[in-house]
Design a binder for this molecule. Structure first.
Ligand code: ZN
Length: 323
């Protein structure tokens, strides 16, 4: 049985972040999007879904490798193998001549990423400082002394010539506490693990959670799900929604990129998340803490309270038993 699993979240940059864009002479720019609004246009910071996707795919490559998956060792970008569990779920493009050429459509899609607040990037000056221990001190820069030190370690003359004087450079950053709505949609063909290292829902949940801490180019990295009181009274819970369904019976908590007011955006997210027509066996929506614990259980391969995932597991194993 085909099952959809969607994730909606508002994530926060928990410190400055950099999302690389074309390098301007001496300034490392970040990615921005122009958003036409009802009264003109504005520029917003952008956590590009294609970048989130790359981070998610790499997180799964490591995980499958750690679990002893042999097939994943011959898979990577740009030369995707088309045979491993990652290619089957995230898609692959096989262009190597002689091999099986063709492509596999992805079943996991990332979207969103347009910042809520209208904040301009922050330009900071950075300096790549040396870190050698010289005469008991770290970080001093005496080119000749460092050259001598490296020479004694056997580094050849030609390589030593490349040792340059530290150059200051400028880098644009996303301001800390910028909020980004991000959305994932996935279409699962198999919900049980079978003889694979990870089940499909497990791969989606694991890569979503893992990618959060590795978002951003260079250093520092990391975002986290923003917490807010859903009913305006109780304790703060993650702004996170997970849907598992065969019929789309819930309103998708998606925020218009034109909104620049964080409170308004959060309220819109919560209002939409509360609009569902739950029909047993067709649609399940998990919100806040429940959504987060569902993702964590799925990611670790623990049993969950989802009836849809369980029922499709049972039906699949019945089919297997019949074989
Ligand atoms: Zn592959």
């Amino acid at each position: 049985m085909r099952i959809n699993m969607d994730i909606y979240a508002i994530v926060e940059a928990t410190q400055e972040l950099h999302f690389g864009n074309v390098k301007d002479l001496n300034v490392n720019r970040i990615e921005l999007v122009t958003v036409p609004t009802l009264d003109g246009e504005i520029e917003k910071l952008y956590m590009s879904p294609t970048k989130v996707r790359g981070v998610a795919r790499r997180a799964l490559m490591w995980k499958l490798n750690d679990l002893g998956d042999e097939q994943i060792k011959s898979c990577g970008i740009p030369a995707t193998c088309g045979k491993c569990d990652l290619c089957k779920l995230f898609g692959g493009l096989m262009t190597t001549s002689g091999a099986d050429e063709g492509s596999i459509a992805s079943r996991v899609f990332q979207a969103g990423g347009v910042a809520i607040q209208e904040i301009s990037p922050d330009i900071k000056q950075r300096l790549c400082s040396p870190s050698y221990i010289l005469e008991g001190q770290i970080g001093q820069y005496d080119k000749e002394k460092i050259k001598n030190l490296l020479k004694n370690k056997g580094i050849n003359e030609k390589d030593l010539e490349r040792l340059s004087t530290p150059m200051p450079y400028e880098k644009e950053y996303v301001e800390a506490s910028a909020l980004f709505p991000i959305y994932w949609h996935s279409l699962l063909l198999e919900t049980e693990k079978g003889d694979r290292k990870l089940s499909e829902p497990q791969m989606v949940a694991y890569s979503f959670l893992e990618s959060l801490k590795r978002i951003g180019a260079g250093h520092p990295k990391g975002a986290d799900i923003f917490h807010y009181s859903w009913d305006g009274k109780g304790r703060d819970e993650p702004l996170l929604v997970v849907d598992i369904y065969t019929e789309p019976l819930g309103k998708r908590p998606i925020i218009s990129p034109m909104i620049t007011d964080a409170k308004k955006a959060i309220n819109e997210f919560i209002e939409k998340a509360n609009l569902t027509q739950t029909k047993d066996g067709k649609f399940e929506r998990y919100k806040g803490d429940n959504a987060e614990s569902l993702l964590r259980c799925l990611a670790s391969g623990e049993p969950t309270s989802s009836i849809l995932l369980k029922s499709s597991e049972t039906s699949a194993s019945t089919i297997n038993n019949k074989k």
